[in-house]
Design a protein around this ligand. Structure first.
Ligand SMILES: *Cc1c(COP(=O)(O)O)cnc(C)c1O
Length: 420
């Protein structure tokens, strides 16, 4: 994001104020260039080091136009539902480069994924392994499987987005994993592909990745001793982004070191170098998007100032759900407005419906604000709470804005109840 000569904020050459006027608010705006360069920072970090696939985690932002952009860059995909797989297919992505994760895959979802030719199932329990084997046998389609292990390392992030501790619902414990692999190994319709581990999200410290990798490699030694050779490592996603003052590691700081450690291990064991994959979501799209919202009213209660805006918790859940911080700026300077310390809140009937607290802003009714770093877990977590339609989405590329999701209408909201 940049500021032009008149002080207006621009995103990849498009003035945010003009986009708000053209497309209305609330409006998600994404920069194609920012998404591409975030993806490339992963691809380039691994270049020439190993056979690596970067599988973009769709749940961070699942707009099919963004998936297409990433597929064109060469990305694979990490998906967690049939709906996300349908998005990959609609975007023209290659299902063979997709991995299917998630703790509760239904029989229908497994069947759909097998028929679509999904690359691998990341299996999260013994019961799920049995279910995938049954569906694969019935359809006579071999299923590639990896076991998602839970390495019990502390990712030191928000408890709701930490996934690699034994109290979390994710993955198979290190102790139970060999039995789950043994089942897959002897099953005629299951093919052991790899091992997977994803320890959490918004990680700002790289050391948990290395702890997790060491445990994964130790497990691979144990499996090899059982005659089960696993030759693919999926090391998950989770690298954080800057919302306020965080200094997360860059892919170039972490990935080459992880790959080097795998190489050292493979050499020591006399094995061939395994292929690898990573599953970044937030760090690909998070800083590539903003949410534009217009100030509906300013209001003061006993000395406390509120900016009531037209975006709400249904559009951007993160503050209400995790007390997450997002930067807020006016998209152009307002020289006549008086500065105050505002809570920026939405119209939804919940006290938890706030987007930012205690922010110094010089604004008036009708001004447009940009909620920053809203590209990940923004629109994908949006709901219709309070019967509010979801916001529109726009992709900016070289100064040109393109609508990539129209605003939901009242008819869209009522139709599923009227079509019964
Ligand atoms: C959510 C998720 C990711 C992506 O996490 P980010 O923090 O967005 O990078 C990767 N893998 C799995 C299995 C996930 O559930």
């Amino acid at each position: 994001m940049q500021t032009d000569s008149s002080g207006q904020l621009t995103f990849e050459g498009a003035a945010l104020n003009s986009l708000a006027a053209q497309f209305g608010t609330p409006l998600y705006v994404y920069s194609a260039q920012a998404i591409r360069s975030a993806y490339q920072s992963y691809a380039k970090a691994c270049e020439g080091l190993a056979d690596v696939t970067i599988c973009y985690a769709i749940k961070a932002n699942s707009n099919i136009h963004i998936l297409k952009l990433l597929a064109d860059e060469g990305a694979g995909f990490d998906l967690v539902s049939a709906g996300e797989l349908a998005r990959v297919l609609a975007a023209g992505g290659n299902p063979a480069k997709a991995v299917f994760a998630g703790v509760g895959k239904s029989v229908d979802e497994i069947e759909y994924a097998l028929k679509a030719g999904v690359g691998c199932f990341n299996v999260e329990s013994a019961a799920e392994m049995v279910r995938i084997g049954e569906v694969a046998q019935r359809l006579q389609i071999k299923a590639n499987v990896s076991v998602r292990v839970n390495p019990d390392v502390d990712a030191k992030t928000h408890p709701y987005i930490s996934t690699g501790l034994k109290e979390n619902k994710f993955g198979v414990s290190m102790a139970a994993a060999p039995v789950v692999y043994a089942h897959a190994h002897q099953h005629p319709w299951l093919s052991v592909h790899g091992i997977d581990c994803h320890i959490g999200s918004q990680l700002t410290d790289a050391s948990p990745y290395f702890d997790a990798l060491d445990r994964v490699l130790a497990l691979l030694d144990q499996l090899a001793a059982q005659g089960i050779v696993v030759n693919h490592l999926d090391l998950g996603g989770g690298i954080g982004i800057r919302y306020r003052d965080e200094t997360p590691p860059k892919p170039a700081d972490v990935l080459p070191k992880l790959i080097a450690r795998v190489k050292t291990w493979a050499t020591a064991q006399g094995r061939s170098m395994p292929s690898l994959s990573f599953e970044p979501g937030r760090s690909i799209v998070g800083n590539a998007g903003v949410l534009l919202t217009e100030v509906e009213f300013l209001k003061e209660n006993e000395g406390k100032h509120f900016a009531i805006v037209d975006a709400a918790m249904n559009d951007l859940m993160r503050p209400a759900m995790y007390e997450a911080f997002h930067g807020v700026v006016a998209v152009k300077p307002n020289p006549t407005a008086q500065a105050n310390t505002y809570d920026v809140v939405g119209p939804v009937c919940e006290s938890g419906d706030w987007l930012a607290r205690n922010r110094e802003l010089a604004i008036e009714q009708g001004d447009v604000l940009a909620i920053l770093s809203a590209g990940a877990y923004g629109q994908t977590m949006a709901s219709n709470y309070n019967s509010r339609g979801r916001a529109a989405e726009v992709l900016v590329e070289n100064g040109q804005a393109r609508l990539i999701r129209r605003r939901e209408t009242i008819e869209d909201l009522l139709r599923p109840e009227q079509d019964v």
